[in-house]
Design a protein around this ligand. Structure first.
Ligand code: SF4
Length: 359
């Protein structure tokens, strides 16, 4: 296949779906993906409708702003209230926290600016040397290297990052450890695999006896990844395989891994509604402490609340309920007025479901 159009060709989709149906016949299977972009592809192209009845394709914790702990958002809000310039991705801007959001703080007069990347935030700090500029660094392995690189380049002293960076494999560990949570295969996120490599998931696949396949983001990528998982199950194997060969290498991106290791250390991190997951977050190393907002600024004791009453984001994130099972879905909670974090960004499962069902 060449070009994107080839990855949407209905003839290939039909052939792959036929094999999926054959291999899944008479079985009850649960395949989970951990990527908001995969959920977007699946919902937009109606892929679930192509799958046999017993094959359940579930969305897991794959949206960076959905899993950003309320305490991190509350810290960002506190810094905005202290009068610093806050630079943030658009998704994070609207994320509701304990009592407010960055969007609401801007309405009240805080200097909160939406940027497309960390380098734009560094430029703001150069143009405003009299002010502190704090970049809200939420994301996974995919976006973390750009932040690491800016730290290594030594930005101006008035620039810092409030990290809320998560590492995906430990969240997969959490899922398989949940009692009664059966999963037969993982579609691993292609962009995360591009950084860490498919080798990074091999020990997980072996240890949990769960096939893993890194997939791209076109409809045929997702269908082919499902087919590859079913082949592994039929052959009694559990390996980390690569469907996204046009981008992902087994060893990943070594240069990106080097900058990540240079700027960040890995430690236990809070995930929204899920509590602390061991070794699941990137934190700035002490060599770069002058750019670490967690070290640089004073924060009052904040009693953060991850889940506002009625919000079922923690269950949605774990793939245990469908967004439409939440009583607030499409009523109190909409993309125009999100009540929980899963309704905010384009990778949020509730938001994606809202945009693809008749509410
Ligand atoms: S619909 Fe809204 S309130 Fe309900 S789980 Fe999703 S984000 Fe939370």
């Amino acid at each position: 296949m060449s070009g994107t159009a080839g990855f949407r060709d209905p003839r290939y989709a039909e052939a792959i779906t036929k094999e999926i149906k054959f291999r899944a016949k008479g079985k009850q299977l649960r395949i989970i993906h951990v990527c908001g972009t995969h959920e977007d592809t699946i919902s937009q192209h109606g892929l679930r409708a192509l799958l046999p009845e017993g094959l359940n394709l579930v969305a897991g914790p794959g949206c960076p702003v959905c899993v950003c702990a309320a305490e991190d958002v509350d810290m960002a809000i506190e810094l905005a209230r202290q009068g610093h310039i806050i630079a943030t991705f658009g998704d994070m801007f609207q994320v509701p926290s304990t009592k407010s959001s960055l969007a609401k703080e801007r309405v009240k007069g805080a200097d909160v600016r939406i940027v497309y990347g960390v380098s734009e935030a560094v430029e703001i700090s150069k143009k405003n040397p009299e002010k502190e500029v704090v970049f809200i660094g939420a994301g996974f392995e995919t976006t973390a290297p750009t932040m690491a690189l800016e730290l290594i380049r030594r930005p101006p002293s008035n620039f810092s990052i409030l990290t809320s960076l998560k590492v995906i494999p430990p969240a997969m560990d959490l899922l398989v450890d949940i009692e009664g949570f059966d999963v037969d295969g993982f579609i691993t996120p292609g962009h995360v695999a591009a950084i860490v490599g498919t080798n990074a998931f091999q020990s997980f696949a072996e240890k949990t006896k769960t096939p893993c396949v890194a997939a791209g983001f076109e409809p045929l990528d997702v269908l082919e990844a499902i087919r590859m998982i079913l082949v592994q199950l039929d052959e009694g194997r559990a390996d980390s395989e690569n469907e996204y060969t046009r981008v992902v290498r087994p060893e990943g991106n070594i240069a990106a891994q080097k900058v990540l290791n240079q700027a960040f250390r890995i430690d236990d991190a809070p995930w929204r509604g899920l509590g602390i997951i061991p070794k699941s977050g990137y934190f700035i190393r002490k060599e770069f402490a002058e750019h670490d907002a967690r070290v640089k600024f004073d924060f009052p004791e904040i009693e953060s609340i991850d889940l506002l009453p009625g919000c079922r984001c923690h269950e949605v994130i774990l793939g245990m309920v469908d967004p439409v099972d939440c009583k607030l879905f499409g009523k109190r909670c909409t993309p125009m007025d999100p009540y929980g974090p899963c309704m905010v960004g384009h990778e949020g499962t509730c938001r994606i479901r809202y945009e693809n069902v008749d509410v």
